[in-house]
Design a binder for this molecule. Structure first.
Ligand code: IPM
Ligand code: MN
Length: 351
């Protein structure tokens, strides 16, 4: 197969971790006889520096013309304490999601038995936890009308959801639930928010279409608690954009390190595959960041963008092997550098 990949390393540790994922993708392509072509493009702070825009039109064009986007991270501390900045690195990520129509963000949470001791939670509580978070990605407060009034002293963000947006994400979540453990938890705040009441209403309308799936409705505050007191309860968790942002950061701690959590954003156009950890500027350029989340995102890319399941499995197997061998970066208790872990995983696949 011929694979056209847009390579968007972005900012901070993005370039270092994407480089490792590229080594792994190359090793997989070599082993399975695929031809791969990368097109580099800028996004985030580095794109603002060069083009004045965090998601320039030229980058969008490259994404549209590719089969998948391999993404690192965006963000730069110089924007963090400047609330007046018009163009921010994060604006680029949001524009990309919107323009590519990526309404679904899939964040699987898996645990590795040899790593459960790294989890801040009790081992028996997390060992075996395995669930999929499905976060709505192009609606809600992130994109609803926002602004200031009263000479800037009043601010608002609108949590707007249309029926079609809720229906398509719930449909997807049900489809994943059917393929997994047939248990869907719809997370909302329907006791307070009108938008959540619409989510719950549509969930109740759709549930009978999936009689094999057990549907639960859970308030987001309760879900936040359940994620740390009993993560094994979950199979597929679906929720709106802002709740999903918060809950998936929380969920990322379960497995022991944020450096392990991969994600896929899919929807109308080219899918984006990225680690959830962000740009981690303190580590940028030091060759210490954990590349496994990006490598696992590449596994998701093979599976979701190319339908190449065996290739994805081989990457996962190599990642697990590196963890079992203790050949990891510091966050996982090892002493290897970013590039050493990348080389190890790529060599494991090539051997
Ligand atoms: C994420 C990130 C982004 C978000 C930021 C960088 C805009 O935190 O992908 O979870 O809030 O969606
Ligand atoms: Mn986030």
């Amino acid at each position: 197969m011929r694979l056209k990949i847009a390579k968007l390393p972005g900012d901070g540790i993005g370039p270092e971790v994407v480089e490792q994922a590229v080594k792994v993708v190359d090793a997989v392509c070599k082993r399975f006889g695929h031809e791969v072509e990368y097109t580099f493009a800028k996004v985030g702070a580095c794109a603002i520096d060069e083009f004045g825009k965090a998601y320039p039109e030229s980058t969008h064009k490259i994404c549209m013309e590719s089969d998948a986007v391999l993404f690192g991270a965006v963000g730069d501390p110089k924007y963090d304490n400047d609330p007046t900045a018009k163009e921010r690195p994060e604006t680029g990520l949001l524009a990309m999601r919107k323009q590519l129509g990526l309404f679904a963000n899939l964040r699987p949470v898996e645990t590795y038995s040899s790593l459960v001791h790294k989890s801040p939670l009790k081992e028996d509580l997390v060992d075996g936890a395995d669930f999929l978070c499905v976060r709505e990605l192009t609606g809600g407060m992130y994109f609803g009308e926002k602004g200031r009034r009263d000479s800037g002293d009043t601010a608002f963000d609108t949590n707007l959801y249309h029926r079609y947006e809720i229906e398509r994400i719930l449909k997807l979540a049900y489809e994943y639930a059917m393929r997994r453990g047939r248990h869907l938890t719809i997370v909302d705040k329907a006791n307070v928010l009108e938008s959540s009441r619409l989510w719950r209403q549509i969930g109740q309308e759709m549930a009978p279409e999936y009689p094999e799936v057990t549907t639960d409705y859970m308030y987001v505050d309760n879900a936040a608690m359940k994620l740390i007191t009993g993560p094994k309860f979950f199979d597929v968790l679906v929720t709106e954009n802002t709740f999903g942002d918060i809950l998936t950061d929380e969920a990322s701690c379960i497995s022991g390190s944020m450096g392990l959590l991969a994600s896929a954003s899919i929807g109308e156009h080219t899918g984006v595959f990225e680690p959830i950890h962000g740009s981690y500027p303190q580590a940028a350029g030091k060759n210490i960041a954990n590349p496994l989340a990006t490598i696992l995102s590449a596994a998701m890319m093979f599976e979701y963008a190319f339908g190449l399941m065996e290739e994805g499995r081989v990457i996962r197997e190599a990642v697990t092997a590196s963890i079992v061998a203790g050949y990891t970066t510091e966050d996982l208790g090892g002493s290897q550098s970013t590039s050493e872990v990348g080389d190890w995983v790529a060599n494991y696949i090539a051997r």
